[in-house]
Design a protein around this ligand. Structure first.
Ligand code: PMP
Length: 402
């Protein structure tokens, strides 16, 4: 009845078939992957906390106190003292009234957008936003418009100019959460650091446009949190933006925090609204409390060990300088996400495989994750890398791409 093999074969022929490698070591710079020792250049564990002894110890002792499972959703009996303490600490860290834990970043984005807008409202998203933000917009049932990447003028036109509206994407969708409140809300949504390009959203300009049009701004800072800003508070710290400028802040815990899960931070009313209405919050099992305790330790390390951010900056700039000298096709990124643009999917996979054979793990990112003909190698750095490893990767890249 379902001829799945046809579609799978088609994907293989186009070089788009996704596959997995099996890792047999802890996360970190040195992995055993598909039985081979490789240097890892594709993790989001930017600060090297996923396997930090303090984080592991926090996890172990929390398991004595709380066991493993959380038992239920937060609203039933799954909201532990550990979750509550982490939420308070994340609120203080981000300078917001409150924070609310979600089980994943995907769910935080789906939950926040669909709780805030619905039929009759409008959600406006950067064309290169993470899939979870785009899916959240579609799920919400609001009018769904996408502006050109980082293009504040295009956004402004979509908000205020009916001519530009004609060319926008407007996908009708039955709303799972009809609002019926008679007010048409507008929510602008962007990644902070774009996950596949590594560049940074023009958040100050987006915030100015949002204020002019009486819209709210939501920033998913999954890749900026812990990494950007003097204290690791992310893109909003770097740009000195407050809760008044960005009403909805999303952070994930599986990246620089080195653990798992996510949170939304903002006003008291925002968080209460999410508790009432965000279905991916209400109807799912809470994170294990051991993860919350481990994350509390990560947060302390993020705050106290600024050298990790500084080292990341140095490694990133060493890589960019070396790659420029070699004429590698870099993209306009200043973050620890440094994609090398290849173009054809098959070639991106071939280069990734050649690097693997030389002992470097770098993943090839292909459509539909990135636009057609924009397949790339997504190189990422960790504070645990050494300068020599960056130089060795540059040599290997030059050989593999030549
Ligand atoms: N937002 C962005 C920008 C991401 O890159 C990711 C993960 N790749 C997510 C959200 C989803 O987070 P999680 O992995 O916790 O579901």
């Amino acid at each position: 009845m379902f001829d799945l093999s046809l579609k799978l074969d088609e994907r293989s022929q186009q070089g788009l078939r996704r596959s997995r490698r099996i890792v047999e070591s802890p996360q970190g710079i040195n992995l055993i992957c598909d039985g081979k020792a490789v240097v890892n250049f594709c993790s989001n564990d930017y600060l090297g906390l996923a396997n930090h002894p303090d984080v592991i110890n926090a996890f172990k002792s929390a398991s004595d106190k709380y066991g493993v499972g959380s038992g239920s959703a937060h609203l039933i009996c799954g909201h532990s003292r550990a979750h509550h303490a982490l939420e308070e600490e994340l609120a203080a860290f981000t300078g917001r009234d409150r924070a609310l834990l979600f089980s994943t970043g995907y769910m935080a984005n789906m939950g926040a957008i669909s709780a805030l807008v619905g039929r009759g409202d409008t959600v406006l998203e950067d064309r290169l936003n993470h899939a979870s933000l785009l899916d959240g917009g579609l799920l919400s049932g609001a009018r769904f418009k996408r502006y050109a990447h980082g293009d504040v003028e295009h956004l402004q036109n979509l908000l205020g100019n009916s001519e530009a509206n004609k060319n926008s994407v407007d996908i009708p969708h039955p709303s799972p959460l009809p609002k019926g409140e008679g007010i048409s809300r507008r929510l602008i949504v962007t990644d902070g650091v774009f996950s596949m390009d590594g560049d940074i959203a023009p958040v100050q300009a987006l915030s100015a446009v949002a204020k002019r049009h009486d819209a709210w701004l939501m920033v998913d800072d999954a890749h900026g949190l812990g990494v950007l800003g003097d204290n690791g508070v992310g893109i909003l710290e770097e740009l000195k933006l407050s809760q008044d400028d960005v009403q909805v802040l999303v952070g994930t815990l599986g990246k620089a925090f080195g653990t798992f899960g996510a949170f939304v931070a903002g006003s008291e009313e925002l968080i209460e609204t999410l508790i009432q209405r965000a279905r991916p919050y209400v109807y799912t099992t809470a994170l294990p409390p051991v993860i919350a305790e481990a994350t509390r330790t990560s947060l302390k390390l993020i705050q106290s060990e600024g050298w990790r951010r500084e080292k990341l900056r140095q490694l990133t700039s060493r890589f960019r300088t070396g790659a420029e000298q070699l004429g590698l096709p870099l993209m306009a990124s200043t973050s620890p996400i440094q994609p090398i643009l290849i173009g054809e999917s098959e070639q991106a996979v071939a280069v990734s495989n050649a690097l693997f054979n030389q002992g470097f793990l770098v993943s090839a990112i292909r459509p539909p994750t990135v636009p057609v003909n924009a397949a790339r190698l997504r190189v990422t750095f960790s504070a645990m890398h050494e300068e020599l490893q960056i130089d060795q990767l540059l040599d290997a890249l030059a050989k593999a791409i030549a």
